[in-house]
Design a protein around this ligand. Sequence first.
Ligand SMILES: [Zn+2]
Length: 459
Amino acid sequence: MRVSGVNIFSYDNKSANRQRNGYADLGLLRISSATMPEDTFVKTLSFKAGLPSGIPIKTHGQYRYLTKEHDIHCFYCKRLLLYAGTLQDMLDSGVFSGPIKDFVEKVKPYRKVMKKGQGDVFDQIEKYAKKSPQTHLSEIVQFLYQNSIKRLVRTQAKIFKKLMDESASLPPDREQSFRKFMKNQHKRLYEKAYKEDFNPEKFAYKMSKMIPSIPNAELRAYLSRITEPMSDPIFANKDSVIPSELANRISKSKAAKFRTANEFSEYVIYRVQKIGERLDRQDIVRLCEISKRMIEGKNVIIQFSNKDFMHDLVKKELASIKGTPLYYRMVYLANKLPNSSSSMRSFVAKHRYSNSDTIGYKLLEPSIATVEHVKARANGGVDDLTNCVLACKADNNERGSMPQYLYMDKWNKRNPQVFFNDIINIANKEHLISISDIKGMSQTVLDEGHVKVDTSKLK
Ligand SMILES: [Zn+2]
């Protein structure tokens, strides 16, 4: 396979695309300035010997790098933050793919950074490691899945039932559409086959979730480059003619041959599947096989996915009643569906087809440190440190571009002080952050988050 000439910094060009992506509005695909290539850059070029002492940090890369050597807590959830490079190193050095005995030994120190669902999964793995130390992560997850799927489905079905009850109040035309939607969602829950249209945006989104756990930077970059363009709205119509800029990103040689969205989709799926097979990534291969069947108009069995469900619910089914009390009641109910960060069962169901690398990676990924814009950039927030705090990836994604004071409703208002104390300590001891930046930060947090923090300990 050819991956030569791949630019590992090609990630940087995609934010415009993400903005247009439907998932971005939901805060599901928000790119926090945050991803791997910049880290690679930080590691290899600027910071071989850590941060320079006494010089206040300026860039996002430097800001996140602080979490490598300092204990810093998430601005929102107060959990310890994990440095992204540390996770990448664990993945690339095979910590997740080895026997669980070694996995547990190496990952145990990071148990405290994990979210609830992930932490519960880790505790189970630790138990199994004592009984059968040579097992692999993916085997444990399959075993846990067998034991928990029935109870998970029961919980989900109860929430479905409540949503159906509420839907009786929908306008008649919406009610009919909603019933059809729920019927298909039921089929997903009980793993029954049905017909569904291929959605390139969802394909690109799912790939963006699967790519980071591939332990090879060039492959990650290549797969991102060819799948990203499919999140462009132009792909929504299979007969659209793909503009040359997008076509060239997928393949310069194929750009001369193919024209339509469908042709490019089929080509990308073909390439991705080949790589998935080579890497023995069942999750990727399955996604490609299902996608092909969808394009061919055949029946498919699709796993239930919270994000898919919420996306279709909010963007399609409830779009016309947005903002009404009924809308909020239904979204509130849907939010009660267990997800992988809150429920162990949900995590293992989601990762039933994942390999050990992916499972290990996903146990820690929600905890990595990201730069969080206090005033969202989408709402005109500036990009300097006075508008930036550090938050875990899970919170950063969940908040999206929601005004900060609304997202703060979910949290104890004293949590941000813990983050500020960490930062103030670093400023006092090592002068890595300037006093004026921290003061500016606290002012922005007051304006946007409606939270007052105490910076009087700053020297
Ligand atoms: Zn957090």
